[in-house]
Design a binder for this molecule. Structure first.
Ligand code: SAM
Length: 255
């Protein structure tokens, strides 16, 4: 991703009066079923609710899953990492407003050493709609890194797009076509048109051309499970699967 033509401080200043408008547009863009996925992820965390857990929101964007965790764990410490300074600006503004403690880091997860400066030894790492932005090799490495940064007994929760395995793909797609669509191009355009207008430049152009090798929506549920098991997670469970997405929980065994 290219650097924006304005500083982080200027991004923060420009979006500050528009945080709630941007959040509302983001939630519409993310689809009506996302709150349910977030609630499930938070609810599935297997620790006492009064524990001051330490969580990492991986590719946090505006920070939805971190705040969903904090809703159930009012003493949680939530770190976040994302490469995008605009999304991070929204996340920082909202988390500060809600007095959520944690370190928020702008960093590209394509770079090795992305965990540097984060506390590590997390109870929870959660990621929503993010690993599919990477190719399978990099996503596998990131899952290994997540495994490494969790404490023994810690959990990784993820929600990602999921396809059906080849023998089922045609029928699955036919069924999916009859389900209410999660995303719409119109909602995506509405969010980014407003974001670009507020920022005063074309933020989307900074991402550059779409990487054709990224996972996108091609990985099956079994594929995601293989990725998690390959990184060392011994216990992996599918918590939910719908037409678009899978929610998975994975436990790092205590040595
Ligand atoms: C669809 S958004 C989801 C954001 C957030 N998890 C949510 O649920 O609202 C994908 C996120 O992945 C981030 N992302 C994509 N590629 C990345 C990379 N190479 N390094 C860090 N973050 C990345 C984007 O900036 C974006 O915030």
């Amino acid at each position: 991703m290219q650097s924006p033509p304005i500083s982080q401080a200027e991004i923060d200043a420009r979006i500050d009066p528009h945080i709630d408008e941007l959040l509302a547009l983001w939630w519409t863009e993310q689809g009506a079923t996302k709150p349910n996925d977030l609630a499930l992820i938070a609810s599935a965390i297997p620790f006492p609710r009064d524990q001051p857990i330490r969580a990492l929101d991986l590719c946090c964007g505006p920070g939805d899953v971190g705040r969903a965790i904090r809703k159930i764990y009012p003493d949680a410490h939530i770190d976040g990492i994302d490469r995008d300074p605009f999304f991070m600006s929204i996340c920082r503004a909202v988390n500060q407003r809600e007095r959520i403690p944690g370190k928020l880091v702008v960093r590209d997860l394509q770079d090795d050493g992305w965990l540097a400066g984060l506390a590590g030894n997390y109870d929870v790492v959660a990621t929503v709609n993010a690993l599919h932005w990477f190719d399978e090799g990099r996503a596998g490495q990131l899952v290994e890194d997540v495994y490494g940064t969790l404490r023994g007994g810690g959990v990784f929760l993820l929600a990602e797009p999921a396809a059906a395995e080849t023998p089922f793909a045609v029928g699955f797609e036919a069924w999916k076509a009859k389900q209410p669509p999660r995303y719409s191009q119109e909602n995506w355009e509405r969010f980014w048109a407003r974001a670009n207008a507020i920022l005063g430049y074309d933020h989307v152009a900074l991402w550059g051309p779409r990487d054709d090798t990224r996972i996108g929506d091609t990985m099956s549920v079994a594929g995601w499970i293989r990725l998690l098991e390959g990184a060392g997670f011994g216990l992996v469970d599918v918590l939910l699967r719908d037409a678009d997405q899978v929610v998975i929980g994975a436990l790092k065994a205590i040595d």
